[in-house]
Ligand binder design. Structure first.
Ligand code: DC
Length: 236
């Protein structure tokens, strides 16, 4: 279904694009739009870490209990299905859990869960299998460095903390949450520290990543520049 010729007229069967970056750097919005333009699938791997966190909280498993988290990840049968439009639905024991992934309790615990290497191993293996068919944009923190180090295009998005806080604050206000800009900014700074200083798969650009500072750029401009990189590579 996804091996359609895209607008670039290139063979897409093994094409994968890794999009990494810190919290609120635009990975998901950019990745989704990029995938639509290329007629690729899109997978936000953060949703997988959130899904396992939600499952742990539902089962009463502490986000600090590494071995129980790993057991839970093995038993819960995580899955991902791609819909007709290329968007992914994350399943836990066959159930689409999209509605729960932004819950505050998930938000508070997901950084801890994503530091457990046994949990990461299970999710990384699934992510690699999902990438095997190609024609996919995968967004996360470690896609270019760990999950798909051979991806022909690795994008790493950066933006200042102030810009990311402004975007995330506007998003939260639009969805009816009353939260101060200062709190959002502090939360982003805290997550940056956790994501980049953790021992397992810390956030950093791959040595051959295309690093883009998105401060002051619109989503369209960011996607346009990435498409230019796709065109230059032609997936030879
Ligand atoms: O992108 P996000 O905010 O939905 O990610 C949720 C958490 O999962 C965040 O703490 C970082 C972590 N994560 C990760 O460690 N590796 C990934 N590939 C994706 C997300």
């Amino acid at each position: 279904m996804y091996s359609l010729a895209n607008q670039w007229g290139v063979g897409v069967s093994s094409a994968v694009i890794a999009v990494d970056g810190p919290v609120a750097s635009g990975k998901t919005t950019v990745g989704r739009l990029l995938a639509q333009r290329l007629i690729y699938k899109f997978l936000d791997t953060g949703a997988m870490y959130r899904a396992i966190t939600w499952a742990a909280l539902e089962a009463g498993v502490s986000p600090k209990d590494g071995s129980r988290l790993v057991r839970l990840a093995q038993e819960q049968r995580m899955g991902v299905v791609f819909q007709q439009d290329g968007q992914a639905a994350v399943l836990v024991d066959g159930r689409d859990v999209a509605a729960y992934l932004r819950e505050e309790r998930v938000e508070q615990s997901v950084s801890l869960v994503s530091q457990v290497s046994g949990v990461r191993d299970i999710l990384v293996e699934l992510q690699r299998r999902l990438a095997e068919e190609g024609s996919i944009v995968m967004a996360g923190r470690d896609i270019g460095t760990v999950v798909l180090p051979n991806a022909p295009l690795k994008v790493f998005l950066i933006a200042s903390v102030a810009e990311r806080a402004r975007r995330r604050h506007a998003e939260r206000q639009a969805s009816g949450h009353s939260v101060s800009y200062q709190d959002v900014m502090e939360d982003i700074a805290k997550r940056d520290k956790l994501d980049s200083e953790r021992k397992v798969a810390p956030l950093r650009p791959a040595t051959d990543a295309y690093v883009m500072d998105t401060d002051g750029l619109s989503i369209e401009m960011v996607v346009g520049r990435i498409l230019e990189q796709v065109r230059q590579r032609q997936w030879a």
